[in-house]
Design a protein around this ligand. Structure first.
Ligand code: URA
Length: 217
């Protein structure tokens, strides 16, 4: 099945969740992945599927290249991201940009998003029900982008995508099959800001990511 057909199926699932049982599809010229994401974001920009909607300023869908071979998935927007509507623009985001540069990747070459699209108040971890409410959006994004590699940033993203409760140490330094992609887990840049001694093992993870990325092209 091609990207757009799979994306349509996901979209139909989303519509069903909002109580719509019958739809009429008019065939038009296929939009690009970027256009498809933009249409989807515009459509769900007033999402109220969980209580995070009450405290958010802006929904943070994601950013970067919709044609990317790598997607990075963080936990949820922080204060700056919530104000600007752009992922990873605060201190952790600046470190993520440097981590990418260290493996010769720019933010324009990858796509960056989060498990939850609205800021959990005070930057707390997202709750189970918030994650559950938001997952169809991430699934939809991934079904459009169809990256070769997904890199989960931190334990929350890793546990959510792998549906486990393992420690970060147990999840890192390997690739897991994930739909038609390969998924790896590494440290969240915020964790690296607070624990600089983890930068060395994080560098090992980045080198592993770079090797896989080079081989996959
Ligand atoms: N931390 C995250 O997990 N995501 C962001 O977008 C910013 C900080």
């Amino acid at each position: 099945m091609n990207t757009i057909s799979e994306a349509r199926l996901r979209k139909i699932e989303l519509l069903k969740l909002s109580g719509i049982n019958e739809i009429f599809i008019q065939e038009t010229e296929s939009p690009s992945k970027g256009e498809y994401l933009q249409q989807f974001e515009a459509e769900y920009n007033d999402c109220e599927n969980c209580t995070l909607a009450q405290t958010r300023h802006k929904l943070v869908w994601g950013g970067g290249n919709a044609e990317a071979d790598i997607v990075f998935v963080g936990e949820g927007p922080g204060e700056q991201e919530d104000l600007q509507g752009v992922p990873f623009v605060g201190n952790a985001g600046q470190l993520l940009t440097k981590m990418l540069a260290a493996i010769e990747l720019s933010r324009d070459e990858v796509y960056i998003t989060n498990i939850v699209k609205c800021r959990p108040p005070g930057n707390r971890n997202p709750h189970e029900d918030e994650i559950r409410a938001c997952m169809p959006y991430l699934e939809f994004q991934l079904s459009i982008i169809q990256p070769k590699i997904i890199c989960a940033l931190g334990k929350v993203a890793g546990n959510t995508l792998l549906q486990n409760d393992d420690t970060l140490t147990k999840m890192r330094q390997k690739f897991f099959p994930f739909s038609s992609s390969k998924l790896m887990v590494t440290y969240h840049p915020s964790a690296l800001l607070h624990n600089p001694e983890w930068k060395r093992p994080a560098w090992e993870d980045l080198k592993m990511l770079k090797r896989e990325y080079t081989e996959s092209r």
